[in-house]
Design a protein around this ligand. Structure first.
Ligand SMILES: [Zn+2]
Length: 166
């Protein structure tokens, strides 16, 4: 298990607002309370949704997205979680709680602007810790994708305009 603090967004945030929030926090995921429950949304989910968005007038929000993995609330049995200061017994409790809910993430501490998450696996923490380098279209900032998907000098795959890296 591992722990990471993510920026917190509202379910009504647009996908571009979500990207901007992750860029500001230099983080590859964010936390959002969806109607279905707490969720961790990673950059690739947002980028893929932006690519699929065919009707810009019906702008998608975080509330339209599906998280990759389940996130569990620890409340009320475990109020705040600090892995580094937890006993082995407590760590086992936390792990069992996540496994019972088939959750990969658990809400360890809620703040107004950030939420600290326990990740069931360290590899998952590493996967969301950093935002991938992005390409942004000069003509339309909603044309954004992972930089590794373009070679330098390539044109925007959406409209053929030049691209710039963030
Ligand atoms: Zn473009």
């Amino acid at each position: 298990m591992d722990q990471i603090t993510l920026p917190r967004a509202a379910a009504s945030s647009t996908l571009l607002e979500a990207i901007a929030l992750m860029q500001k926090a230099r983080c590859g995921a964010l936390f959002v309370d969806l109607p279905s429950g707490p969720a961790v949304i990673d950059a690739d989910i947002v980028l893929h949704a932006l690519e699929r968005e065919v009707a810009p007038e019906a702008e998608l929000t975080l509330g339209d997205l599906k998280p990759r993995y389940a996130t569990a609330n620890f409340l009320p049995t475990i109020k705040t979680v600090s892995l580094s200061s937890s006993s082995v017994k407590r760590l086992n409790e936390i792990q069992s709680h996540l496994d019972e809910k088939s959750a990969v993430f658990g809400v360890a501490k809620r703040g107004a602007k950030t939420v600290t998450i326990v990740t069931r696996y360290e590899t998952i923490r590493d996967a969301i810790a950093f935002l991938p380098k992005l390409w942004v279209c000069e003509g339309d900032p909603s044309h954004v994708l992972r930089a590794e998907r373009l070679q330098p000098g390539n044109l925007c795959p959406y409209d053929g305009q030049p691209t710039k890296s963030d």
